[in-house]
Design a binder for this molecule. Structure first.
Ligand code: NDP
Ligand code: HSE
Length: 429
């Protein structure tokens, strides 16, 4: 009879509690899947007295998570605390030191320290598994590392942050304001401990950095991701997008270019009829374009207790069954440095919303700034007439080089008649 797999869980919040519940609820089915029982022998969290709706009797409690890594009676340590450094990092390092497998949902940790941690796991002869770190319940790590292993990936893009997609969807559908909807996402357990990571694009950028490594065999390079969030997207932009036939999504995009690998996260206007425009609420989606398979699509719940626990437990099953692959699909020593593409050379179309003083000559000045930088206008909209008051003017461009767009916008922003910083959103067809 194969011995049970003993598991120590650090962090009993949304995800940690979800993992314990799922392991209990599906114990029989899980044992059948991996050929052995899975037993949680130790847990750690900050507050021992907090009611988590869980029966923790018979499970050893540790106040110190890193001490649990070395002292618990367990072969696997599951890190569900969060944060790129501090206790989560210490816990993972300590687990490797004492030869325990690690499972984590911590994208910040992997985006910042992916390659060295992968090397440390290999050196220790243990697994570093992280299916839950990207796109919640969608098995995108497995898809890239295993299902698509025979392919060369050209590009991938998707919606990788459930909270911000939920906010954009709710703002559009229920016309509630940003702060109100964010509070809902927090209550539902979707948001990060610091929700600015969600709304400022950082969380999606963490996940993109991980997918880039899996897709292109490069070391995680979070520092080279262009990161813009949704904080400045207004209901006005959402309405103008609809009027122009677009929908605004926080897209994460990684692709090979002749100059290197482009990694970017930013609000994007996508065609309202495109499949990605219909990915709503907390749902995530990833589209991968690879040779020879061509396009494949992955979609599902991107955050929350159940979907994330599903991914963590899948990793536990792999370890229980003895299935283990290099962290990013190739041995850590074969991961190459990423050559980042220069975003200034990026070419695409742009949406710009200006708040201008309604007076003669404004549009001529804006048009002149665009003309001087060779930016070709596709459309311009002005709503209402309110002499000398602030009015919105919206324009879209034909394909333009980003450096030229930036120069034109800097000049437009400096005009006396332009009353607020321009809001620029990239358009992807
Ligand atoms: P929570 O804030 O709900 O839970 C964090 C847990 O960590 C809490 O139980 C907390 O203890 C515990 N903790 C904090 N500091 C320490 C410490 N020093 N020592 C021991 N335990 C500590 O976070 P989530 O469950 O939402 O997220 C956990 C991880 O999963 C993060 O990396 C997150 O990015 C990731 N993730 C989250 C998803 C989600 O939908 N929520 C989805 C995918 C990934 P206490 O309860 O006592 O305060
Ligand atoms: N805060 C994250 C999100 C959790 O909203 O997508 C899932 O990683």
């Amino acid at each position: 009879v194969t011995k049970p797999l003993k598991v120590a869980v650090a962090g009993l919040g949304t995800v940690g509690a979800g993992v314990l519940k799922l392991l209990r609820r599906n114990a029989g089915h899980l044992a059948a899947r991996c050929g052995r029982e899975i037993v949680v022998t130790a847990v750690s969290a900050r507050d021992r007295n907090r009611d988590r709706g869980l029966d923790l009797s018979g499970i050893e409690w540790f106040d110190d998570a890193a001490a649990m890594a070395s002292r618990a009676d367990a072969g696997v340590v599951v890190e569900l605390i969060g944060g790129s450094d501090g206790v989560a990092h210490d816990l993972v390092r300590e687990s490797f030191r004492v030869g325990r497998h690690v499972i984590t949902a911590n994208k910040a940790l992997l985006a910042e320290h992916g390659a060295p941690l992968a090397a440390a796991a290999e050196e220790a002869g243990v697994a570093l598994a992280y299916e839950a770190a990207v796109a919640g319940g969608i098995p995108i790590v497995k898809a890239l590392r295993e299902g698509l292993a025979a392919n060369e990936v050209n590009s991938l893009y998707g919606i990788l942050n459930g909270t911000s997609n939920y906010i954009l969807t709710e703002m559009r559908e229920s016309r509630r304001d940003f702060a109100d909807v964010l509070a809902d996402a927090q209550a539902a357990g979707y948001a990060e401990a610091d929700p600015s990571f969600d709304v400022d694009g950082v969380d999606a950028a963490h996940k993109l950095a991980i997918l880039t490594s899996l897709a292109f065999g490069t070391k995680t390079d979070f520092g080279s991701v262009l990161v813009e969030g949704i904080r400045n997207i207004s209901l006005q932009d959402i309405d103008f997008a609809e009027e122009l036939g677009y929908r605004i999504k926080l897209l994460a995009i990684a692709r090979r270019t002749p100059h290197g690998i482009e990694q970017r996260v930013h609000p994007t206007m996508v065609n309202r009829e495109a499949a990605i425009a219909r990915v709503e609420g907390v749902t995530n989606a990833v589209m991968v374009d690879a040779v020879p398979v061509s396009a494949t699509v992955y979609q599902g719940a991107g955050a929350g207790e159940g979907p994330t626990a599903s991914a963590v437990v899948a990793d536990i099953l792999d370890i229980a069954a003895g299935r283990r692959l290099p962290t990013f699909g190739v041995p850590a020593a074969q991961l190459v440095d990423l050559t980042p593409a220069d975003m200034d050379q990026h070419a695409g179309a742009y949406y710009v919303r200006l708040t201008v003083r309604d007076q003669p000559g404004v549009i001529a000045d804006v048009s002149a700034a665009l003309r001087d930088e060779n930016v070709s206008l596709e459309s311009m909209l002005q709503r209402g007439r309110s002499p000398d008051a602030a009015v919105p003017v919206v324009l879209t461009t034909h394909d333009t080089v980003e450096a030229a767009m930036k120069k034109a916008l800097a000049r437009i922003a400096s005009l006396d008649t332009v009353l607020e910083p321009p809001c620029m959103i990239r358009i992807e067809e």
